[in-house]
Design a protein around this ligand. Sequence first.
Ligand SMILES: Nc1nc2c(ncn2[C@@H]2O[C@H](COP(=O)(O)OP(=O)(O)OP(=O)(O)O)[C@@H](O)[C@H]2O)c(=O)[nH]1
Ligand SMILES: [Mg+2]
Ligand SMILES: [Zn+2]
Length: 307
Amino acid sequence: MEAQVIAAYGRHLRVREPTGAEHDARPFGRKLEIVCGDGVRCVWDPSHGELHAVEVLPRRTALYRSNARGDAEIVVANITLLAVVIAPRPVPDLFVVDRYLCAASSAAVRALLVLNKLDLDGTAVLREELAAYEQLGYEVLPLAAREGRNVSALAGALDGQTGVLLGQSGVGKSSLVAQLVPEPAQAIQTGELVRGAEGRHTTTSSRLYDLPDGGQLIDSPGVRDFAPAIQTLDPRGLGFIELDTLAADCRFADCRHLSEPGCAVRAAAEDGRMNARRYESYRRMRRLFDSLRAAQGPGRRLPRPAG
Ligand SMILES: Nc1nc2c(ncn2[C@@H]2O[C@H](COP(=O)(O)OP(=O)(O)OP(=O)(O)O)[C@@H](O)[C@H]2O)c(=O)[nH]1
Ligand SMILES: [Mg+2]
Ligand SMILES: [Zn+2]
């Protein structure tokens, strides 16, 4: 039987058959790394009375992060859209936003930005900062989950897609899911939502939902920081999409765009053709990349996504 993983926490999986029937399952063997969005082949183990996921079907896309040792860890699989959610509160870190975008471009997944909590002060300033992303071609969706304001724009972007919501804890990812999915209450039954310190519910593991109009959406736990897996990054531009064209004019093919002579990227940042904050972000990413590579052991090959 083949099924889609709609939740994965520890060694517990929740899988759904194409018929819609849902089951609990366990990964078979220690080696299998299974995440939300994966397709798996399952077999029933009558002696233990449980369903085993014995094989991960080839992934069309895979989003990876780096752990502190520089190893790649898969976050979600088979997504076609990555939505980075920010809000005036908690105060956003655009450098983390950039690193999500690097991971998306490295995974060949389309990315967009969601600016939630339009009802709060501070969104006007943020929208100006986000204009730099729009100039790069990233769509920015300003909305307010609380009032359901412009949530339809996100629904439209998710049409026919498998999307994931990523961002800091408290930006409103689950609130958006609640607006888009008719029965988000099912998540509470699975025990994934626990009371956070401030007394509100915080999401503790990813969960995939079907959208009424055909797409799918993965809600994920909030994280303060994020680093894309260095193994997935193109060493030339590290996933900064504006560098694809700018770096072509650097004097040296292996230019790191720091202090090398004849660097076209630095020149573009100096004369305003590249956004100065994005260039600073690139420099930080470069330092992170170098330090993670130094921390890394002999290295582990990542499986290539199919297709
Ligand atoms: N003012 C305002 N508050 C909102 C809006 N959307 C969500 N919130 C509030 O923001 C808080 C956090 O919302 P959640 O949806 O739990 O945030 P989350 O991103 O899922 O957080 P984690 O699960 O911890 O990652 C809640 O108190 C929501 O009521 C909005 O549009 N406006
Ligand atoms: Mg949540
Ligand atoms: Zn350069």
